[in-house]
Design a protein around this ligand. Structure first.
Ligand SMILES: [Mn+2]
Length: 308
């Protein structure tokens, strides 16, 4: 029997979804890929190159008809997600469990496999940016700090280790680690420096009756840091918080742009991400562009596309 393949979102919800699935299996005999909606198609292709095409599981990732067709290359695929998307045709060997009213994919995974765990509540809190308990904050910071410190294969290995520990040793094992404590304090120092730049650098303006806060950066920073800091702004809450992150794209030899969108007022901002070719949730979504889009260009785009 070959190991099944799991492709999951490389964030807290995706990691907890996978941990719950490993709990269900009772072991960690799976081939794991961490991915994002933007990289999903190449990730599935890479997994296919791995050779074993019996069973595929996809957690916490938006799909479309094309990627579902690609997933159907496997004998059987199970896809569990809570993002805002839908397809007209689902290949018959792909089972799609899609509920965009669920606060997390982890919750859907726990229901599907009847696995009860406190981790579900942490995933709900982190994914909704409504962290309340210390455990959820710890987990959020741990994953953010690993993404800050490591890249590529090394990062994937670190995330795998954390996932397996969550599944079989519990959060306490991670909380006790002195190595993790050290990483977290290093990460928090960096966050403190980033936080200082947010309020002086943010641009606030009114667009078709909507209050917009725009933050542009060449660093890759956790979106919750910006969103939470902006709640302290005297003009908060904002209908739209947009964070534009530029990142060199080595393969295309240009600068790519990731635009993260949040609302602090219950506004449905999803159509903005959608018209940029992105997606996500109604109140938290994003788009990744394979080209450079600066703040001025984005504001022009918003003027046309944010009239609701
Ligand atoms: Mn999620």
């Amino acid at each position: 029997m070959e190991f099944p393949v799991v492709i999951t979102h490389g964030d807290a919800d995706g990691i907890i979804s996978l941990a719950l699935f490993l709990k269900h299996l009772g072991n960690s005999k799976v081939r794991i890929y961490f991915s994002s909606t933007f990289r999903l198609l190449p990730t599935i292709c890479e997994s296919i190159k791995g050779g074993n095409l019996e069973r595929l599981y996809v957690f916490d990732l938006s799909g479309n008809e094309r990627v579902l067709r690609l997933a159907s290359t496997y004998d059987k695929a199970l896809w569990i997600d809570h993002h805002n998307w839908n397809v007209e045709r689902i290949p018959e060997n792909v089972e799609l469990v899609l509920d965009n009213s669920s606060p997390s994919a982890s919750m859907l995974v726990s229901k599907y496999f009847s696995i009860e765990s406190e981790l579900v509540e942490f995933a709900n809190q982190i994914d909704m940016n409504a962290e309340k308990c210390e455990e959820a904050l710890f987990l959020r910071d741990l994953i953010a700090s690993l993404k800050w410190k490591f890249k590529g294969k090394l990062l994937a290995n670190k995330l795998k280790t954390v996932t397996i520990k969550l599944a079989f040793s519990g959060l306490e094992a991670l909380e006790k680690s002195s190595q993790i404590a050290e990483l977290l304090s290093e990460y928090k120092k960096w966050i403190e420096e980033i936080e200082k730049t947010i309020l002086p650098k943010v641009r606030i303006f009114n667009l078709n009756g909507n209050k917009v806060a725009l933050f542009e950066t060449f660093e890759s920073i956790p979106i919750y840091v910006v969103n939470n800091k902006l709640l302290e702004h005297e003009e908060a809450p904002f209908d739209l918080v947009a964070v534009i992150m530029h990142k060199p794209d080595m393969r295309r030899k240009n600068i790519g742009t990731k635009i993260e969108l949040r609302t602090q007022t219950d506004k449905n901002i999803f159509p903005i991400a959608e018209s940029l070719g992105g997606g996500g949730h109604l109140k938290a979504c994003a788009a990744t562009l394979p080209k450079f889009m600066n703040a001025e260009k984005f504001v022009e785009f918003l003027k046309e596309n944010f009239k609701f």
